[in-house]
Design a binder for this molecule. Sequence first.
Ligand code: ZN
Length: 318
Amino acid sequence: MRKNASLVLLFVFVVFAAAGCQRLSQRTAGRPYLADEEMVSIYYLAGKLGMTVSQETNKKIVLSNTINTVAIYPKLDQIYVNNDYLEPVGKIKKIDGLIHIRSSVEAEIQSKLIKPAVEKQVEAAPKSQLPGQSSWKSAGKTIVIDAGHGGKDPGAISTHGFYEKTVNLDVALQVTQILRDKGYKVIMTRDSDKFIELEERAAIANRSRADIFVSIHADSCATSSKNGFTLYVARNASWASKSLAGSIDKQMLQTGIKSRGTRKADFRVLKYTRCPAVLVELGYLSNYWEAKQLKNKDMQKRLANAIACGITDYFKNR
Ligand SMILES: [Zn+2]
């Protein structure tokens, strides 16, 4: 009898255990694994939309370019395109530390974006301002533009396989052209793919009695999600150096790339130049989408314009 009772107990236990297992497996199967696969990260989305992640907190993420702004609220599962509420977009969730959104939302955002018809006017503007601007302030000013790395030194290598030295030179050449058009005397430390020692770069600025020195680089780090542009001045930088960095920062914000602000570091090109000196890190080549943007000719033009405008603003405000 006792044996029978324990058999019954065992039977009951097995039935309950099986039921429990089933419940558990049902719950596991119910998790939206499939939905996860159809989700894309905000960086992927930004790249698809031709935008950059300009703000990223737990509560709010902003994707932007010069014309459009997409605000994402992960905790509310809401998205706004240029302050316009987007119809329910489903669950916004964190996967591997990055906010992900249903991939089909891209098309919904695209349909609400303002198309860049303004682009042509932006390009034309500097030329019409030319005669007035070249006559004052720019006269007699010497600017040294330093394209980082070169020759045997490629600098950082992007996730897409291109070199930092190439991006630096492409942007530096454009900055130089814009400033020369405005009437400034611009000396480049290199205007082709050649290697120049860091001390020599500073010496070029000192020998030419330059008014300012601007070095152009692109960043890289082990964390692939890190993005944004950064400005550097030397540790004991003058007020003028900081002011120049501030002017460039303000203009570069207009490109849509996130600002990481002005930081201090004794890079040799900053430490050994006697004039106000700033080093610009255009963005992160280790970030998939930012690297893609930095290779983009239109973005390079925007960055060059921003740096040139930052420089002219600096001279105007002195
Ligand atoms: Zn560099």
